[in-house]
Design a binder for this molecule. Structure first.
Ligand SMILES: O=C(O)CCC(=O)N[C@@H](CCC(=O)O)C(=O)O
Ligand code: ZN
Length: 350
């Protein structure tokens, strides 16, 4: 069986909840539809480099973040047509097809808060609220686990989880680095981010329940959430804004090589605090259209709440992902502080 028009997006959106597995061939390898929105590509061993790479490329974990979905669909079309010659193992994930069809961030619960087993709590509540997204998180974790488990010769595990942000941003493209207990960063990964047009990196200060953190925590993958601009509906994305990351991904897919840029051009931020909604009247004091990375003076009252508000503790601290329209207990934003890249410890290999 082959994929009609080489279009994994059309196949996924027309089968949003389930797809029976099947195998297909592409020039230079064998592919597997694992389930809906989950596609594994295994190049012929002769094409694999001496230092094999296993890459998870996920998009649409939030259904309305369509730009990266279109970008990856195009890359896969090129693999399936033979225009792009695959030299690495690849797992492509279109995360939440049901919410993509509804053009919403999620249906019942935010899928990107359900990883690292957080999905389990939604399978035991009596009303069943959130159970579809919980099952999807469970399915995606298993798909990633199986993919990495099949890579006995792999020397490099990668996971790039591509998103677009709700708001505009002073740094249009930025990445979230997973929390590490012993923070030794990978020089080559930062170089790849720069080559991909990423302008800033946030260093997480604690474990989270995001997809990219899962891959790091459970599989020691080099993983990032990567924000590629602002959310737009299908068909309204300016794909030319993805040229740099598209080129870097093609080099990775074809040559098993991480393109490198100059680290001095990237701004690093340490996450200081996660703002967690703690009451119904919890409010951010900034305008609806305030951009990500807007910074404040020390003492600025950023949050008002009958439970506990939040004041900025150092001039220059900035807000990222502000969103008070979340359930109590969930993240309503991150407060980040610029730091010098030369204050980080780097490992030079891979
Ligand atoms: O623009 C926003 O407020 C959200 C964009 C988005 O979906 N971001 C991810 C970041 C995940 C991470 O922290 O690694 C999310 O909120 O899930
Ligand atoms: Zn997102």
């Amino acid at each position: 069986m082959q994929i009609s028009d080489n279009d994994i997006l059309a196949l996924t959106l027309s089968n949003p909840t389930h797809l029976d597995p099947f195998e297909f061939v592409f020039p230079g390898g064998v592919g597997f539809v694992v389930d809906t929105g989950i596609f594994r590509f295994e190049p012929m061993s002769t094409r694999l480099s001496n230092d094999p790479v296993s890459l998870v490329l996920s998009v649409g974990i939030h259904g309305n973040e369509t730009g990266p979905i279109e970008l990856v669909n195009q890359l896969v079309k090129n693999i399936l047509s033979g225009k792009l010659s695959l030299a690495i193992r690849l797992l492509v994930v279109i995360g939440n097809p049901v919410s993509a069809n509804q053009a919403t961030r999620f249906c019942e619960v935010n899928l990107n808060r359900l990883f690292n087993g957080a999905w389990q709590q939604y399978l035991t509540n009596e009303e069943g609220l959130g159970s579809s997204e919980a099952r999807r998180a469970e399915r995606l974790e298993k798909a990633v686990s199986d993919f990495y488990a099949q890579d006995s010769h792999c020397t490099l595990r990668l996971h790039y989880d591509l998103h677009t942000a709700i708001r505009g941003s002073k740094y249009e493209k930025f990445a979230v680095h997973p929390f590490m207990e012993e923070p030794v960063y990978q020089h080559a990964q930062f170089g790849f981010l720069v080559a991909s047009g990423i302008e800033a990196v946030l260093l997480s200060h604690q474990p989270t329940t995001t997809f990219s953190y899962y891959s790091y925590a459970a599989h020691r993958a080099n993983s990032f959430t990567i924000e590629l601009g602002k959310v737009h509906p299908f068909g309204e994305n300016d794909l030319s804004s993805f040229t740099q990351i598209q080129k870097a991904l093609i080099i990775l897919l074809e040559n098993a090589t991480l393109a490198q840029g100059d680290l001095s051009s990237i701004q690093v931020f340490a996450v200081q605090d996660a703002l967690v909604k703690n009451a119904d009247d919890y409010q951010l004091t900034i305008a609806e259209d305030e951009e990500n990375f807007t910074d404040f003076e020390e003492g600025y009252e950023l949050v008002t709440s009958s439970a506990d508000g939040y004041r900025i503790t150092k001039t220059g601290d900035a807000i990222v992902f502000p969103n008070a329209k979340v359930p109590i207990g969930q993240r309503a934003g991150l407060v980040v502080r610029p730091i010098a890249i030369n204050s980080l410890a780097f490992e030079l290999t891979s």
